[in-house]
Structure formats: C-alpha cells, structure tokens
Design a protein around this ligand. Structure first.
Ligand SMILES: Nc1ncnc2c1ncn2[C@@H]1O[C@H](COP(=O)(O)OP(=O)(O)OP(=O)(O)O)[C@@H](O)[C@H]1O
Length: 260
C-alpha cells in the first residue's frame, strides 16, 4: 500500500531563518506517527508546513500518492481526506457542539439538508462518545470533552489522515489516557492514519507506532518507539530519560494530591 503522506526534502522557516533544513519521512495507512524533539526544534513548524499554513522554501509533499508542489495550496478534495485537531481545540464558543461539528461540512457542501448535517454530527459525536453534548455549548464542557468535540469536528469528513498538535496539552493524566484510547479506537474504526506532535511520554508509549525525532532542522531518527527507547544516540537517549523522569515526577505529584 502506498504512503498516505510523503514529505520530501522539506526546507522551511520564518523570513531568513531556516528552521527545517531537510526533512523527509512518510506515513503509512493506519500508522500512528509521532513527531518528537526538544522544545523549539520545529515540530509545530513542520506540522504547519505540511498543512500549508506556512509556505515552505523548497521540497515537496504528496498526499495519498498525489504530489502537491511547494507553492500550491492543498486542493479541497485532498483537504477533505484529512482532519486537524488544533492544540486549543479551536471550537467556536457561540455555536453548539453539533453546529461546530457541522461547520466544515456546511462550508464544503452548502446545500446539504439540516437533517443530513445533524445525522452526520450525531454519528461523529457518537464516535468520540460525546453524543450527549449535541446541544451543549463549549463553555458547558470539561477540557477533555472539549477536546473530544474538537476531535468530532476534525473527523467530520471521516478523514484518512488526521493531524493532532499536542492533543493532551492541558489535560489531566486520566483524561489524557482516555483521549489516547479514543485515538487508537478511531484508527481501528475509521482506519485513519494519525500524525501527532506530543511531549507526553505516557501518550507516546501508548499510541506510537513510529516516530521521527527532529534536531537541528533534520531528522535524527526515524524508527519504531521500541528502537527509540533502546537507542544509545545521546540526544534520543537523553530525551526519553528526561521525559521518563518528568512522567514519574508527575505521577508522584498526582498521587500526593490524591493522598492529601
Ligand atoms: N511565527 C513565527 N515566526 C518566527 N519564528 C517562529 C514562529 N513560530 C515559531 N518560530 C520559531 O521557530 C522555532 C521552532 O518553533 P516551533 O514552534 O516549530 O518548535 P516546537 O518544536 O513546536 O516547540 P514546542 O515543543 O516548544 O512547541 C522556534 O525558535 C520559534 O521561536
């Protein structure tokens, strides 16, 4: 089967400043691919360039085997095969959860009947176990529920490729674990491939098939998580050791709060 995403020799940055020098990797169908690296190494820059929210200097992208030249936007018919879960969720607060999920569908298919839109929204909300929030407003939801509502919107078109920027950011460990499980479930039910930027070791361990590790604008390692965690490349070894330490400290803190 061919790759759902191929990034080839991507070079990108801001103004004169080059952040990504030469980045190439691919994502296979149903793969959960993590983008890792130190803070400031360019993970979000990479995601934004893949989504064409920023314009790369050079290199090319291919979605589902179709090459998109650097300076060209992603055609709508390809965009509809992808979904994005932004870090803040980006739900519109003046719309109900269902209306938020319906928004991308309404934009792409303005003639869709309300009944059809509601049926699709209900289906997507059911997929993220949030059907009971159909008529609620984002302000009435917990942080974890808001993330799931944003995820329902991201899968509005039943995408084959989903991008998530720090999905666990701001969530407590238990909510974060259930979001991980949900992403795994969606991979199985929708057959979606997922590209995730994350810092969180528990998430990384729970859901990653393969990862890329960015350093100095290039990919230092492109491998399975198992090989990454056993790696003796100093930067990779230090990264996992540090994240492990952070995770253990967090666990102790949560335990302490609970005991208190
Ligand atoms: N809009 C921007 N304009 C100029 N420089 C930027 C912009 N966004 C990010 N940068 C710079 O690009 C570099 C990479 O930033 P980026 O946010 O991609 O890193 P990151 O790996 O995602 O970081 P973090 O893990 O902290 O989120 C940083 O030095 C950052 O200051």
């Amino acid at each position: 089967m061919s790759a759902v995403l191929e990034v080839k020799h991507l070079r990108a940055g801001y103004g004169q400043r080059v952040i990504l020098k030469d980045v190439s990797f691919s994502v296979q169908p149903r793969e959960i691919r993590m983008i890792l690296g130190e803070s400031g190494c360019g993970k979000s820059t990479l995601l934004n360039n893949i989504l064409k929210l920023e314009h790369a200097i050079s290199g090319s992208l291919a979605f589902f085997g179709e090459e998109i030249p650097t300076k060209e936007p992603i055609p709508d018919y390809i965009r509809r095969r992808t979904g994005v879960l932004f870090q803040g969720g980006a739900l519109l607060t003046n719309l109900t959860v269902a209306e938020n999920v319906e928004l991308p569908l309404r934009r792409s298919y303005p003639k869709l009947a309300q009944k059809t839109l509601d049926e699709i929204a209900a289906d997507r909300l059911e997929k993220v176990h949030l059907l009971n929030a159909f008529y609620k407003f984002p302000s009435e939801l917990s942080g974890g529920m808001r993330k799931r509502a944003a995820l329902a919107r991201a899968i509005a078109f039943e995408p084959e490729l989903l991008f998530c920027d720090e999905p666990s950011a701001g969530l407590d460990p238990v909510t974060s674990r259930s979001l991980d499980e949900l992403l795994l479930e969606l991979r199985d039910t929708l057959g979606v491939s997922v590209v995730i930027v994350s810092h969180e070791l528990e998430s990384i361990k729970t859901i990653t098939d393969k990862f890329i590790y960015l350093k100095n604008g290039e990919i230092l390692m492109d491998d399975t998580l198992e090989n990454g965690m056993a790696s003796d490349i100093p930067a990779i070894h230090d990264f996992f050791a540090r994240e492990h330490h952070k995770a253990e400290t967090n666990k102790r803190f949560v335990h302490f709060q609970f005991e208190d």
